[in-house]
Write a protein that binds this ligand. Structure first.
Ligand SMILES: Cc1cc2nc3c(=O)[nH]c(=O)nc-3n(C[C@H](O)[C@H](O)[C@H](O)COP(=O)(O)OP(=O)(O)OC[C@H]3O[C@@H](n4cnc5c(N)ncnc54)[C@H](O)[C@@H]3O)c2cc1C
Length: 490
């Protein structure tokens, strides 16, 4: 139904409420700030969601996300549009990653695509797999094609083509760092799309992966980038530009459809909106929508989430001299350690290399193993400190420690995830076109994907506002070359 705004003279602008001020909600509201009357509500006292920069041992350390993919235009365009350039942006000093296997550090083999090898000589050199497992992986090009419609799990697809050890020692640790999930349940289509695409297009998956690598080979831009001083600066800049439109410490309790508008019920008042954007964790969105659009709400409630923790540790440089020149270390779950990944911040980021102490952050917690998070902060920091000292050759305990817990933070893109998201979007488009759902639970956990999602959400809001008769300017064409310069590269 069209709701052409009433009133004399200039028609009023559309009232849009964005709920959730993580990067998705912040960037969506920011894109809309001049076009509509936008309000951004967040439950916590400070915005940013899973982006948080804290003062740790005198350094500005990210204890949530610490980097974004630099090769995705939307993420870089957002940084550029916010005024980050030149000296602000930093690429990793090294992209080399280690694997902790059977108590020893091995290099992650070169020439893999999301952990799946395309060059078995490099795998042999790395000694990450046993010779028998390398021989099994070498059979891949000889296997018959098994074309199955629909989605498959990562373990099923990669295990069938390359053997189980490729799953357990190469792919699982990489996915563990992102999803803290189980390869037996994670969707190949949603979590390892280049491997999925190669399996769709080539009889020999290895050929498809080599073609993928060749396409990427000409791109000499760094893979990751961060902001000197922490990603919290991105949040601060978005929040500054939004000013009073951003309302922290304002949890939304209930969302009610009221004819052609929405009533957003807060603790002390009700806000009325023509459109609503939900950019909250999936479980929160499912609760808010249960009465309004029950079927999409049920689908959202079916997305599992993993809780994780980050333990930041600082060591005297004299005790860290032997730490290898790696950006990080991944720990396969078969190793049965508490730590699943370590970012060697003082090796990875040039600005942290200058810090008077050696800094690292270890992550713990998997969707099917909450034992680490059951420990109190001191015990967890003790255990993590002991594990990383042993793995990295640190000679004395950490002198500063900080534990940060992220409850139900990482959505699990289980088999069938893409189809589920399509069903949610289709149902909303037909039953509630003025309600938009985004956020990391649906299409992409990474910050670059969040920036892309925000553009999509802002565009959907404008389209719906125009359809309902509100005045909205046409959206300007995107800049053909949106990537700002990154000063330090690998
Ligand atoms: C430890 C960790 C490390 C990570 N590292 C990286 C990395 O290096 N690179 C990368 O690209 N990605 C990384 N990620 C993932 C990335 O940070 C997230 O996917 C992304 O920040 C999520 O953004 P979002 O806006 O979708 O949701 P969130 O950041 O979760 O924001 C949701 C917001 O909703 C608010 N909210 C909740 N309930 C309500 C309510 N009832 N009313 C109002 N507001 C509410 C919350 O307060 C929160 O601010 C990491 C994640 C974690 C946890």
């Amino acid at each position: 139904m069209s709701v052409a705004p009433a009133g004399r003279g200039q028609p009023r602008r559309a009232r849009v409420v964005v709920i959730g001020a993580g990067l998705t909600g912040l960037a969506t509201a920011w894109h809309l700030r001049d076009d509509v009357e936008v309000t951004l509500l967040d439950a916590s006292a400070s915005p940013g969601g899973q982006i948080r920069t804290v003062a740790f041992d005198g350094a500005d350390l990210d204890v949530g996300a610490d980097a974004l993919l630099a090769r995705h235009a939307e993420g870089m365009a957002l940084l550029r549009d916010l005024g980050f350039d030149g000296d602000d942006l930093v690429a990793p000093a090294t992209g080399r990653v280690g694997l902790w296997i059977e108590g020893r550090l091995r290099p992650l083999p070169e020439h893999t695509v999301m952990g799946v090898p395309t060059d078995l000589t490099a795998v042999l050199r790395s000694r990450a797999l046993t010779p028998a497992a390398v021989a099994r992986a070498a059979l891949e090009p000889l296997l018959p094609r098994r074309h199955l419609p629909g989605d498959r799990s990562v373990a099923d697809l990669v295990g069938e083509r390359f053997g189980r050890q490729v799953v357990d020692r190469l792919v699982e640790p990489l996915l563990g760092g992102v999803y803290a999930g189980q390869p037996e349940r994670l969707s190949a289509r949603a979590t390892i799309p280049p491997v999925w695409a190669a399996a769709q297009s080539h009889r020999r998956v290895t050929d498809g992966l080599r073609a993928h690598r060749e396409r990427a080979a000409g791109d000499d831009r760094p893979v990751f980038v961060t902001v000197r001083g922490g990603l919290g600066r991105v949040v601060d800049r978005l929040a500054d530009d939004l000013g009073a439109r951003l309302q922290p410490s304002t949890p939304v309790r209930v969302l009610v459809a009221d004819g052609s508008s929405w009533r957003i019920e807060l603790a002390d008042r009700v806000v009325v909106a023509d459109q609503v954007v939900l950019a909250v964790p999936v479980a929160v969105a499912a609760r808010m929508l249960a009465e309004v659009v029950p079927e999409p709400a049920r689908e959202l409630a079916g997305i599992r989430c993993a809780s994780v923790g980050v333990v930041a540790l600082a060591y005297d440089w004299a005790d860290a001299a032997g730490v290898p020149q790696l950006s990080g270390v991944l720990v396969p779950r078969g190793e049965r350690r508490l730590v699943k990944a370590v970012t060697l911040s003082s090796r990875k980021w040039p600005h942290h290399a200058e810090h008077p102490r050696f800094l690292l952050r270890a992550s713990v917690g998997r969707v099917d193993d909450t034992s680490a998070l059951a420990l109190d902060d001191d015990s967890l920091a003790d255990r993590v400190d002991a594990e990383v000292r042993w793995a990295l050759g640190l000679r004395a305990p950490a002198v500063e420690r900080l534990v940060v817990r992220w409850r139900d933070a990482l959505a699990q893109y289980d088999v069938g995830h893409r189809e589920r998201v399509d069903r949610i979007r289709l149902a909303l488009a037909s039953d509630a076109p003025s309600l938009h759902v985004g956020g990391a639970g649906l299409d992409g956990l990474g910050l670059a994907a969040r920036a892309r999602d925000a553009l999509r959400l802002a565009q959907a809001v404008r389209t719906e506002a125009r359809r309902a008769g509100f005045p909205v300017e046409p959206y300007p064409e995107p800049d053909p070359d949106p990537a700002p310069t990154v000063v330090e590269r690998t």
